[in-house]
Design a protein around this ligand. Structure first.
Ligand code: ATP
Ligand code: MG
Length: 182
């Protein structure tokens, strides 16, 4: 994929399908160790160990519309092609946690991409699911917790167009701040 955010969107869609109530997305960019870590954790239906084992195989899917599921295998190979690794932990009835680590400076590592747009797309795709996003660049962290945003909204739906526009700007500014862009 052209951008890592597209992998994040894809993995988040799996969490929505798995009926997650809360999705946690963690991005850590650490120049000291030259690593970019992406963690996506949900409290959805989870998978048994046999499914977890097979899920990294592109020909395994519970989809009925087509026979191959590519989301997880693609993310895994992206990480492995960039001097990193991929891990998936899941427990039936408890949830799933996916970790992809990249060498930050690897020549083949594609950019993170448009995280503000990706996050509002996820919020729009599943209004009822909560999301906690933390993005750390070296020692600076930006956090977005939709539970807290909902309290401020006082009944206005989080997928209201004006709210989404505001959220996109809020995330954009927050990420610029932690990256040291004035
Ligand atoms: N977070 C999750 N919780 C529960 N099951 C999951 C989760 N993520 C993936 N799975 C299971 O693993 C299978 C493979 O996922 P993957 O994303 O690779 O393919 P897909 O979603 O089936 O198809 P695609 O992503 O190509 O549209 C899914 O069909 C689903 O059964
Ligand atoms: Mg998928």
């Amino acid at each position: 994929m052209r951008e890592l955010s597209l992998h994040i969107l894809d993995i988040a869609q799996n969490s929505i399908s798995a009926k997650a109530e809360c999705l946690r997305i963690v991005v850590i960019e650490d120049m000291a160790t030259d690593r970019l870590t992406i963690k996506i954790k949900d409290d959805g239906i989870g998978m048994d160990s046999e499914t977890v084992r097979r899920v990294i195989d592109p020909f395994y899917t519970t989809r009925t519309t087509r026979k191959v599921g590519l989301g997880i295998p693609l993310f895994k190979s992206s990480a492995e092609q960039c001097g990193g690794y991929f891990e998936i932990k899941s427990q039936l009835g408890a949830g799933t946690e996916i970790t992809a680590v990249f060498k930050h400076s690897h020549i083949d590592r594609v950019p993170l991409g448009d995280m503000p747009q990706t996050l509002v797309t996820i919020i729009n795709a599943c209004e009822s699911m909560d999301m906690i996003y933390t993005h750390t660049v070296n020692n600076e962290t930006f956090t977005l917790n939709t539970k807290e945003i909902r309290k401020l909204l006082d009944g206005v739906p989080i997928n209201n167009l004006d709210v989404i526009t505001w959220l996109r700007e809020y995330i954009t500014e927050g990420l610029q701040e932690i990256k040291g862009v004035q």
